[in-house]
Design a protein around this ligand. Structure first.
Ligand code: PLP
Length: 414
């Protein structure tokens, strides 16, 4: 029977049928037709510890027998309290408040609303959001507004709001810092950025020094600094947070994906106390007007509690360091493959570009490569002409070698 499913970010005219996955373990997906497929992008950058981590699965199973769902407006439950307490403990101590939501896009929307509410509730007219060129923050309307404009959001342009954009940092980032200084001086509500690594924009890396300088400019001009660590958080860049490497503490922090070890949809927006206090009032007009039905779903929170325990009790950072070293060794070899250029790495994320005359996002290069990788039983989704590997931290040497071989074969074939 033909499927009725309409898939996200899927070119239905080019990719049929869609593989059917029945189960997964660690870095491997198993399909209905009996294949073992390596999940080289952690199922959209989320399954940090690998699929079906036993401690997370056990926590979910146990929670399903206690409390499935609870309205979170004015009510609370143990798993949410534990997640909030656990986050406050391991994240920068200035971030004292935890607001729950359910995806990367929504925690970004929440961050934007918190920033605007902060200024509005204090009677200060600041509404402009400053963003970085090539950024991606999600696909809801606010998140699209602050992301790169292009083919992905052209039809929805009338729904998007205006922002001020700084260029992606090149070299010492002088042009970026100058533009940020100018926009901040003009008075803005907030600057939002993906720290150290722009993901969907093409796995573009910039230095901790530039990140630190950007945060300092914001601080000097009293512009809120929002770190979107939806992708970079939970060890992706080598440390728990990417901001850590620059010694930067954001005013607002967005976390999702690896928050539950990638097992359940959950996100948080963490904020400094003064941002919470700007919404603390008996005046009905000043409360924070945001929620969704599944805010802080108890089963998702139980998965996040287990993830926090894994971070506390297992050598996650050692695994990340070992994976990063293997990623680097792979890049050093790939650098010699004809047709491969710009090898780069940030923590556990390795990326290369395929040298082509037409590798634009709309070219057929990415779908062709993706099909070749699928034939090699490796799940990789190039971004235009950029091939990147962002595997679960449990990936072993043998599987890493299979991914590398698939990349070499794929590039040779196209
Ligand atoms: N922010 C960043 C930096 C992301 O990379 C993503 C997704 O890849 C998002 C936000 C949106 O997250 P979600 O897909 O969970 O809505």
């Amino acid at each position: 029977m033909p499927s009725s499913v309409w898939h996200p970010f899927t070119q239905h005219g080019l990719q049929e049928p869609v593989p059917l996955v029945t189960h997964a373990q660690g870095a491997a997906l198993y399909t209905a037709d009996g294949r073992r497929v390596l999940d080289a992008i952690s199922s959209w950058w989320v399954t940090t510890h690998g699929h079906c981590h036993p401690r997370i699965m056990e926590a979910v199973r146990t929670q399903t027998e206690k409390l499935d769902q609870l309205i979170f407006a004015g009510w609370t439950h143990e798993p949410a309290e534990q997640v909030a307490a656990g986050l406050v403990e391991i994240m920068p101590r200035e971030l004292t408040r935890v607001f729950f939501s359910d995806s990367g896009s929504t925690c970004v929307e929440v961050a934007l609303k918190m920033a605007l509410g902060f200024w509005s509730n204090r009677g200060i007219d600041r509404q402009r959001i400053i963003v970085m060129e090539h950024s991606y923050h999600g696909d809801t309307i606010g998140a699209m507004s602050i992301g790169e404009r292009g083919v992905f959001n052209k039809p929805y342009e009338p729904l998007l709001f205006d922002v001020a954009t700084v260029p992606f940092p090149e070299g010492d980032g002088a042009a970026t810092l100058e533009a940020l200084e100018t926009h901040c001086r003009g008075g803005a509500a907030a600057f939002i950025v993906e720290p150290l690594l722009l993901g969907a924009g093409g796995m573009l890396v910039y230095s901790p020094d530039i990140l630190r300088a950007m945060a300092e400019i914001c601080r000097r001009h009293d512009v809120l600094f929002i770190a979107d660590e939806v992708m970079t958080g939970w060890g992706r860049t080598g440390t728990l947070l990417a901001c850590e490497q620059a010694g930067v503490v954001p005013d607002i922090l967005c976390l999702a994906k690896g928050l539950t070890g990638g097992s359940m949809p959950l996100a948080v927006t963490m904020a400094r106390e003064e941002i919470f206090m700007a919404h603390w009032s008996t005046d009905r007009a000043r409360m924070f007007y945001h929620s969704s039905s599944y805010t802080a779903n108890p089963i998702a929170c139980a998965a996040a509690v287990a993830n926090l325990a894994i971070w506390r009790e297992e050598p996650v950072l050692e695994r990340i360091a070992a994976l990063g070293a293997r990623q680097q060794a792979m890049l050093d070899r790939l650098a010699h493959v004809p047709g491969i250029v710009n090898p780069r790495r940030c923590g556990t994320v390795a990326a290369v570009d395929v040298e082509v005359t037409d590798g634009g996002y709309l070219s057929n290069l990415a779908p062709r490569l993706m099909a070749l990788f699928r034939e090699a039983d490796v799940l990789l989704r190039p971004l235009g002409n950029t091939i990147y590997v962002m595997p679960p931290y449990c990936l072993d040497d043998a599987d890493h070698a299979l991914i590398e071989a698939a990349i070499v074969r794929g590039v040779e074939t196209v």
